[in-house]
Design a protein around this ligand. Sequence first.
Ligand SMILES: *Cc1c(COP(=O)(O)O)cnc(C)c1O
Length: 294
Amino acid sequence: MNIDNIYIQDISQICDNKLNINILRGDVLDPVVSGNKWFKLQFYVRDAIAAGKTTLATFGGPYSNHIIATAKYGAAMGLNTVGFIRGEKPTTLSPTLHDALQNGMTLHFISREDFEQTEKISADNQDSNWAWIPEGGYGVTGAEGAKTMLTIKDTSSYDTIICAVGTGTMMAGLIKAAAPHQKIIGLSVLKNNISIDAEIKALLTKEEANKSFEINHDYHFGGYAKHTPALIDFMNDCYTQMELPLDFVYTAKLMYGVRDLASKGKFEPSSKILVIHSGGLQGNRSFKKGTLRF
Ligand SMILES: *Cc1c(COP(=O)(O)O)cnc(C)c1O
């Protein structure tokens, strides 16, 4: 995990060079802990160590970027990790869970029903040595971590910053980091996630909530982790034409949306746009071999 690996790539060709579009390649942070999950975790981990905790405990699905990031980051910091995983234990573990185990994480499988109540899971598993991290790293601590994504490189010249939105924690962090001339646009990857606006605002101060931002709900492709042949083709094209690998859950929908919005005249010709590559590439391992060109 080396933030010096992160760089900014010009991808203006995605809109036939009619606009100035760059992408912050957060995915190259680490092949496994790629992108925003490390940023969101960093202050949870710092606080856990400062409080003398020995173990990080958290929640996630079988392909969760957050689970594998917690496992690998925790191991790197000398902490034990415990993952409460949504659904019954499968006969074959997903590559994500396999990697989590390899990094020393203890896995507990929780029925989908019981998983609905993560507070109950943490209440039933109290241990004074454990630091609990909310699912997806959602919380002010996670947002403060994501805020630092905009300071790895000089991002002051951009007026429009666009990211994918799951829990909204990263977007809240980008809003916190935004300068007065910058607008943050989030593309939601969940269907009809109308509560997301309130969930993001809950992580912001009053002043921050008055900054310029908007959430777009048009590019979920049917819902979380749903995909279409057109989206897969788009991912392969982005890789072939720009050496830009995308994940199907978040960043492919984000880039597809950016290109579509650009073609519809959403952005001023003079604008300088920065797209956030938030990583997540390990999740592509749920595809059959050969589906993707990368
Ligand atoms: C988790 C994740 C997101 C969404 O981040 P939130 O802070 O939950 O909104 C976006 N992109 C990738 C690759 C992710 O893994």
